[in-house]
Design a protein around this ligand. Sequence first.
Ligand SMILES: O=C(O)CCC(=O)C(=O)O
Length: 274
Amino acid sequence: MLTDDQKQFFNANGYVLVKGLLSPDEAAGYREECHTLATRLADIRGIEDPTWGSAGTRGVTQLRHCHDVQFQSAKLAQLLLDDRVTSCAADCIGSPNVQLHHSKMFIKPAEKGSPFPMHQDAPYFPHDNHSMIAAIIHFDAAPIEKGCIRVVPGSHKLGMLPHIGDGGWHLDPDEYSVETATPCPADAGDVLFFSYLTIHGSGINTSDEARTTLLIQMRDPTDPPTIRTHESRGQGMMLRGIDPLCAARPAWEDEAPKGQTMGGQTMGGTMGTM
Ligand SMILES: O=C(O)CCC(=O)C(=O)O
């Protein structure tokens, strides 16, 4: 779990980097699992490159990804339930109960790993009480030259900002550039927790080694989505504690087409790699 200082830092800044949550050996094992998964997916489905159009580097930089890794690898599925991750998540969310929204593995290949323009995650899947957080688990070192995550400290207090979109919702790069944001360099085994309102992004991996991460998006189970969007298989699984609402099976599991937006909303959905 987080120390009091880490909790205070998270509340003030909207993010906290927890060092050494996994051991280097554990991180190396998960790294291998991710790269094997990426190869398996490429062999079976062909290469997909989810680089955001808004990054402006499509065709030049590359990204490998897998959404909802828990359906592809038992080893990665177990990590979603790891007490070390979920106890810190509970402290950030401020609830003993932690529910899965979705997971995604990213591999930024060496020398040409795609950037992510600065954005909040909230516009992709807004919730009433803004309890949603991400945990990015680093399976190898992510120094600045590898395109580590960058954040705007305190930006979780700004509320949901207007995003612009062309192949990935993002903030105006003239106002929020990746280069001027605060870098969060990490070592293998470190985990970065941040609110879905915290402005974040990342630069290009120009190093000679891939950057390998797993992002787990989690919420308080009593915090409902404001629109029906970004629905995926496995969403709602409890990772820690209980669902006090004993929520019924969501209707969309039976009938809704994927990527549907509600109420004329133009934000949210399944653009880019979100
Ligand atoms: O992995 C990264 O560099 C950033 C990912 C990200 O910002 C996101 O998926 O929202």
